[in-house]
Ligand binder design. Sequence first.
Ligand SMILES: C[S@@+](CC[C@H](N)C(=O)[O-])C[C@H]1O[C@@H](n2cnc3c(N)ncnc32)[C@H](O)[C@@H]1O
Length: 366
Amino acid sequence: MSAIDPDKLKMFSFLLFTKLEGAVTSGMVHLGDQLGLYTALANAAQPMTTSQLAHATELNERWVREWAYNQASARLISTTNTPSESPSINDDQFFLSPEQVAVLADPNSPAFGMGMFHRLPQTMAALNKMPESFRTGVGHDYDSHGPEGAVGIERSFEPWTNANLIDTVIPAIDGIRDALTHGATVADIGCGAGSAILLMGKHFPKSSFVGYDISKYALDRAADKLNASGLKNVSFHDPRKQPLPTDNSVDFITTFDCIHDMTHPAEMMHAIRAALKPNGTWLLVDIKAHDTFALNAQKNPMAPLMYGISVLSCMSSAMSSPDGAGLGTLGLSASNAESMAKSAGFSQFRRLDIDHSINAFYEIRP
Ligand SMILES: C[S@@+](CC[C@H](N)C(=O)[O-])C[C@H]1O[C@@H](n2cnc3c(N)ncnc32)[C@H](O)[C@@H]1O
């Protein structure tokens, strides 16, 4: 054993505790979202003291103050005061910059980032089940995160989908906008709460849409949203009760961020091939991943987050049956997706030029 270098020891301890700082501050972000603190700061015309923020949110000032100190020292919310200008605790004022509003408080912004924080308690509660999963190899599906888990997924993906699916993604796929405009059959597999398919249903009234998911909580959300929308050209099913058609009858199939979560992704690709028309199109949207751990670690600054979420959520879902393939969050690189699609009987595979912070988009045809 070589001797401990005291400077390296300090730096390593600091590195470790920055992770704990991130975890604890993430909990505070969850509270800021859930308790309406970010919304109140975003709606205020002027920077607010913690008394004003507590009044606006009907919360206790002492707790709001400690929360605001966490958030401002983490530089997630802004403060008007510098230490020397702040002689009294009650003088500190807090506000959100336009960028902070977009990410923390505006669900209509494509940059809105509260979805993963919404489901943070459920994601972290999965830790309790992990020792058993590490021993048995068997993980837990999305419903193990309860109804709020489904809402968190919905809030994670819906803002970007609302901003980009119709005007950016659909036009990038060869011939699909015309097909949907004139009337096509569409399936969205792993549809979650149905945000994408309801949006397409609204924009393309001559087409018919079916969403499939195995999550009861996601399907319940989807049913509520369908009722609220009044749309008649959209329905939702659990594919274990009402499987995908096997007669090559569907024009367009979409899978958004879900193939890597599936216990049997290769079988799903065969099912998609059997459902699609010979001239049909599959839009595969999945996490931008490299082929190896080394490349992911080197090129993706979010790799630690993604591998951790994989253990707690994506890979856990993909291992939720004893024979699960277990791809996980970074398990479907472009080359892996292409070779799996070709093994399932597809011959055309094209990566679309669509800018997204975490996802890649592929147009795949028989
Ligand atoms: C990360 S979520 C994505 C949900 C949705 N596509 C979205 O973008 O909001 C993954 C979804 O895949 C679903 N899923 C996993 N395995 C599935 C399967 N075999 N068939 C259908 N859905 C599945 C999960 O229940 C979960 O709702």
